[in-house]
Design a binder for this molecule. Structure first.
Ligand code: PSU
Ligand code: MN
Length: 302
């Protein structure tokens, strides 16, 4: 049996040279940002990885294959495509088997990166435990994936639209190392400080790579979450966002938004309520994560 993986020419060359590679997700392109900023950001993030000494591998599902690395034409088509499926662990195989087009979330990107033997992945922020989860049971499959699949994920913490204390509790229960990069506080996506201490702190990419290797050596399944705070100059204070998050969440509840629709709805409403400020911040933080991931990937090279 051969895996349904197609490597882009750039990623195939990187593999044969043993170069550092950073996986990138595609749900942020199709469901996380509007066109054309999604395409511009995807290109910028890929260039950030290259300029930081690694090769980017944006991952998506098309025509019965998992694409590890997209050509610029594929990236452009995906950024403009309508009705792209949002793929997590549950949907990946069905999408591949039926020949659909799918964007990979953090969970699905981790699975695909691992299949392609890529160990580091940069995103904006992971999914987590939603506010009101005690009623809705809405807990992102990203958390479970971090406990199962050996990929180090660099994100700006978890989105402030989530219940962050509960998200950290679930990560602890699942045995996922949550490592704040360069500060003691767990960051909250658009803001540097969630007001919660991170369980762990490391200040050097080499240490994060060594911890990743040690986890594997010990036979512990799963990856690591590196929580990299948004750059100072791009931050939106948590107090500014709090009432808008509450409004967006109330609208989602009133409209009965559920399941996969919740995160895209909240991101879109915050973009509107902040007149684009959350999108500007989101672009800055994902680029920052790409640069850190590239450094970690270089230390993980065999
Ligand atoms: N980070 C962003 N924008 C996004 C996402 C992450 O900056 O759109 C996506 C990721 O793909 C993540 C998903 O896995 O949101 C979480 O969705 P859910 O809450 O439905 O699990
Ligand atoms: Mn969910």
């Amino acid at each position: 049996m051969t895996l349904p993986l197609i490597l882009s020419p750039e990623v195939a060359a990187a593999k044969s040279e043993g170069a550092a590679i950073v996986a990138l997700e595609s749900t942020i392109i199709t469901h996380g940002m509007p066109y054309p900023q999604n395409l511009e950001t995807a290109r910028l993030v890929e260039d950030d990885v290259r300029q930081s000494g690694a090769v980017p591998a944006t991952i998506a599902v098309m025509d019965h294959a998992i694409h590890i690395g997209l050509t610029d034409a594929q990236l452009e088509a995906l950024a403009q495509a309508k009705n792209v499926a949002k793929l997590s662990r549950a949907d990946l195989a069905v999408c591949l088997a039926t020949g659909g087009t799918g964007a990979t979330t953090v969970a699905a990107t981790m699975i695909c990166a691992h299949l392609a033997d890529i160990h580091v992945f940069a995103t904006g922020g992971i999914g987590g435990v939603h506010k009101g989860a005690e009623e809705t049971f809405d807990i992102s499959a990203d958390l479970q994936e971090l406990s199962a699949t050996p990929v180090t994920v660099v994100g700006a913490g978890a989105k402030a639209i989530l219940d962050l204390p509960k998200t950290l509790e679930v990560l602890e229960t699942l045995g996922v190392p949550v490592i704040a990069y360069g500060q003691p506080a767990f960051p909250a996506f658009w803001s540097r400080d969630s007001g919660l201490p991170a369980p762990l702190q490391l200040d050097e990419p080499a240490q994060i790579a060594a911890a990743h290797k040690m986890r594997g050596d010990l036979g512990l399944p799963g990856g690591q979450l590196v929580a990299n705070p948004i750059p100072h100059e791009a931050e939106i204070p948590a107090a500014t966002l709090a009432p808008m998050i509450a409004q967006a969440q109330a609208e989602a509840d009133a409209q009965g938004i559920a399941g996969k629709g919740v995160t895209p709805f909240l991101l879109q409403r915050l973009f509107e309520l902040t007149e684009g400020a959350t999108l500007t911040a989101n672009i800055a933080l994902v680029r920052n994560n790409a640069r850190v991931a590239a450094q970690i990937a270089q230390h993980l090279r065999a």
